[in-house]
Design a protein around this ligand. Sequence first.
Ligand SMILES: Cc1cc2nc3c(=O)[nH]c(=O)nc-3n(C[C@H](O)[C@H](O)[C@H](O)COP(=O)(O)OP(=O)(O)OC[C@H]3O[C@@H](n4cnc5c(N)ncnc54)[C@H](O)[C@@H]3O)c2cc1C
Length: 363
Amino acid sequence: MREAVIVDAVRTPVGRRDGVLKSWHPVDLLAHTLKAVVQRNKLDPAIIDDVIAGCVVQAGEQAYNVARNAVLSAGFPESVPGTTVDRQCVALSNGGLVRSRLVVIATGLGRQLLGQAGIAKTTIHKAHVLGFGFDIEAESPAIFDTSVLVAHGERPIDKIDYLTLFAIETKIRANLFTYHDPDDPWTQSLRQHPLQTLRRMMPRLEDVTGQIRAIAPVEYRVVDLAEATGHRRAGVVLIGDAFQTSSPAAGTGVSRVLNDIHRLCEVHVPVWLATDGMNTSKISKFYDDPIKQSCDAEALRLAGYRRAVTVETGLGWRAHRGRVALQNLIRSRLERLARPRPAGQGGPSRSWLGGGIAPPPLH
Ligand SMILES: Cc1cc2nc3c(=O)[nH]c(=O)nc-3n(C[C@H](O)[C@H](O)[C@H](O)COP(=O)(O)OP(=O)(O)OC[C@H]3O[C@@H](n4cnc5c(N)ncnc54)[C@H](O)[C@@H]3O)c2cc1C
């Protein structure tokens, strides 16, 4: 077996984006290094068996076979072959490196890796929803052992979609979704005095929960609805919130990311791996998948619906809210009739809507 040896190392200068190298075609830049290797080592290019070049983003001017084009641009004989390796390399925030033929980016709202891949996000709706999270102490914590309490905003003017209270291990967590402006004084008030602010808008809350007290700092997140642009790239695919932000209030984020995983694993990746390369047209098949597209579109529709049904004051929306509230009331009464529970045992999640509809009483 013949030994491989390293005879020389040559690289181009390091340039900034839009810097001195910007007018060099990538093929010519690579050809420059190839010529330097053979000239410095007084080699006859005709003896070269193969030129293998790595190219992270095989798109635009770097599309097609950069290595082969560089061989020709360097003036090497046509007999010298060239292969471009489309192995992606991604640097993680923990310092780790991932090198692979296909990189699936599932970094949620984090934008660092998208930036590395040259992918941007376009905002569809700025500050679409504000999410607040804090822990509480309850006078009757047993209520939350088996129940998730969901309290909807009562009036459009309050811009509260809903509050959920549920147990996580030994703690009781409150998650609140609202459509207030992040700069609104109400937002500041909720961050500083969460329960006092909530009590003004949900005066019946403690009729259901018993006395509650916030015990931890309020975490606060402004969620912009956004979608990726420039994402059709060789060797890189985005899934879940990395591709399109979900509204946490709509509760579609998990099903969207699972749908993406399912479509990738069951349909697309097996086909992609069956042939060489991982070019843009392969990756595009995933983004153009009608099942993925309809799942993403439904998530956006629901995000808009939740906001509108919470804050819109037009006659149509008021009638719609009344109809939904009535349906919910009838459903919850029928459920309770169908499944009477012995006193003292926890029950299914309970909820109430605004518009004067009382929550189901606790057992
Ligand atoms: C308070 C709240 C409540 C929600 N409730 C619901 C609900 O009830 N139902 C529902 O369906 N959805 C809900 N959602 C939305 C749901 O959580 C998200 O849509 C879903 O988690 C998106 O999944 P993902 O895998 O795309 O991203 P994420 O779950 O956000 O995962 C991304 C991961 O990537 C990591 N990461 C980011 N950048 C880097 C990097 N550079 N290097 C390494 N790792 C990185 C992050 O740390 C994170 O672990 C809620 C969201 C919030 C905030």
